[in-house]
Design a protein around this ligand. Structure first.
Ligand SMILES: *Cc1c(COP(=O)(O)O)cnc(C)c1O
Length: 385
């Protein structure tokens, strides 16, 4: 039984995007696919399988909780490395180390906890040392780099220096160019320090999608690819720059996700009637309306009242009246032959018509990232070809 709305994931789009990323980075650079935020709303359940079909062998998640969800889903099969780039409550460290999940360490507190737990388990902990280079979020301050590296060296029986890493503060915008340039330089200093101390990490990594595309220098041993694997550019600017540099008018990325529902009921309403709760919409002509079983409880924001767009039978049309908890009403007056059960595209494409994630976000400043990550967990995800 299908839920009233489903999210479809396109297998061919995943393959296309992964191929594009592989072509764009160096042959020796590994790719880690970032799956935080329920795989940017795509749902790790089905999405991880699609990545495995494309021989992806490195995943990153934000928390130990997400790492646990992914490993539980794999039921013991494990053909990939898994890295936690964020939160690990103390009580999860034992699980993380036992399962050889690699993890970021950004302060002495976690470094010492990791050593203690690894010792008590008599196992190795795989550590990515995150250094602060200018984002001012997470990472060891420069003054502490030597001490942190020497700590790893001193305790190498239990702590593996798997990676040295940092994160850029907005590589998707030219406005941040100078700041990113300074971060790249500072990160180079951290790499040099490891050499000077005679204790280099197994790998060095810093690039997110935007950095990997725009700053070739940041494609090191590994790139951490988030948004572009799902078919979205990190920003409009990144896309325009990419296209103009290549004299290639085609967008090389394809969107993986589309969100659909269906027509639940049809109704004719005469001119001069209000539609839905209150008086927010008055018909100016005789109208044919379709009710669709999706609402704000499914992530279709109330802010889309009287403004959201959907596609029915290849035609873009408009939400009429307010978005309800489980229903919207859309105008189908000018769409011939609409039937109950017809497909309704909430995000996605049909022929020339498109409802993009960014238009869905009401042209809100930013962020495809946010709209995607807010797609509810409980919408069923289905793979299509
Ligand atoms: C989210 C994240 C990424 C991926 O960013 P995209 O812009 O989606 O490619 C990479 N590294 C870290 C540390 C992140 O938090």
């Amino acid at each position: 039984m299908h839920s009233p709305t489903i999210i479809e994931l396109s297998r061919s789009a995943v393959q296309n995007n992964i191929e594009f990323i592989r072509k764009s980075i160096c042959k020796d650079t590994r790719m880690s696919c970032i799956l935080k935020g329920n795989a940017y709303g795509h749902g790790f359940g089905k999405y991880v399988e699609l990545l495995l079909e494309n021989q992806i062998d490195h995943f990153s998640v934000f928390s130990s909780f997400e790492a646990y969800q992914i490993l539980s889903q794999m039921k013991g099969k494990r053909s990939f490395d898994l890295m936690i780039i964020g939160d690990i409550p103390d009580e999860h460290l034992e699980w993380v180390i036992t399962h050889q999940v690699e993890f970021y360490v950004f302060d002495f507190y976690r470094l010492e906890r990791a050593l203690k737990v690894a010792k008590s388990l008599n196992k190795k902990a795989y550590i990515h040392l995150e250094v602060e280079t200018g984002m001012n979020r997470l990472g060891f301050e420069q003054a502490d780099w030597t001490e942190a590296i020497e700590f790893l060296q001193r305790h190498k029986k239990y702590l593996v220096f798997k990676g040295l890493c940092t994160h850029y503060a907005g590589a998707e915008s030219i406005a941040n160019h100078t700041r990113i340039g300074m971060q790249i330089k500072k990160f180079q200093k951290a790499q040099n320090l490891c050499q000077t101390l005679g204790y280099p990490p197994q790998m060095v990594h810093s690039a997110c999608s935007a950095a990997a595309i725009r700053f070739p220098k940041t494609r090191q041993d590994l790139v951490r690819i988030g948004i572009i694997q799902y078919g979205f550019w990190p920003s409009e600017e990144t896309f325009i720059r990419y296209i103009t540099q290549r004299k290639n008018e085609q967008n090389p990325l394809q969107k993986v996700l589309s969100w659909r529902s269906r027509v639940m009921s049809l109704k004719e309403v005469k001119r001069g009637e209000y539609v839905g709760y209150g008086m927010s919409y008055l018909t100016s002509e005789n109208k044919k309306l379709a009710v669709v079983g999706v609402g704000y409880s499914n992530g279709f924001a109330r802010g889309l009242s009287n403004s959201g767009r959907v596609i029915i039978r290849g035609v873009r049309t408009q939400v009429i009246g307010t978005v309800n908890m489980n229903a919207i009403t859309v105008d189908v007056t000018h769409i011939p032959d609409v039937q109950v059960g017809d497909d309704v595209i909430l995000i996605g494409q049909s022929g020339q018509a498109e409802v993009s994630v960014s238009s869905f976000a009401n042209f809100s400043e930013q962020l495809n990232y946010e709209v995607l990550a807010r797609l509810p967990l409980d919408i069923e995800r289905v793979v299509v070809d």
